[in-house]
Design a binder for this molecule. Structure first.
Ligand SMILES: [Zn+2]
Length: 145
């Protein structure tokens, strides 16, 4: 069980090293891929959501990203899930759901991240936005993926 958990962590470490090196000193965001939808990340005190993206794959909206723990003023176990709201061009939610992140206890190693990926059966509207938020409380009126 221990070994099974260590392997993905090592993979992430290598992956992160490549990403960090590749992005050194570069502030501009990469050009969005075709079918990509704007993502708005709601800031929270416990974690940063990074590398979040949303794209339409046929009838499925794929939303993914990584979650990195914040360290300043933040002790103890950080655990939670990701709330996703698909908004239309007017900002009205058309789909609200939550999805788990893996691992759901955000790693307390500074360069290891948790990740999430949701496949939402919805067609994102023209001009729509996907809102993502890390959350650790109960949800009301929210589908669970
Ligand atoms: Zn929630």
């Amino acid at each position: 069980m221990k070994i099974v958990k260590i392997i993905p962590v090592l993979t992430l470490l290598v992956f992160n090293a490549v990403i960090l090196t590749g992005c050194a000193g570069e502030k501009t965001l990469p050009t969005p891929q075709p079918g990509s939808i704007a993502v708005r990340i709601v800031p929270t005190s416990a974690v940063h959501i990074v590398q979040a993206s949303a794209r339409q794959e046929g009838t499925i909206l794929v939303v993914d990203g990584k979650i990195q723990r914040r360290w300043i003023g933040n002790r103890g176990i950080v655990k939670g899930h990701v709330d996703i709201d698909v908004l239309d061009a007017n900002g009205t939610p058309i789909r609200s759901l939550s999805t788990s992140c893996s691992p759901n206890i955000i790693p307390n190693l500074s360069n290891v991240r948790s990740s999430f990926k949701a496949r939402v059966p919805v067609a994102a509207p023209e001009g729509g936005v996907v809102k993502v938020r890390f959350h650790n409380g109960p949800d009301e009126n929210r589908e669970v993926l």
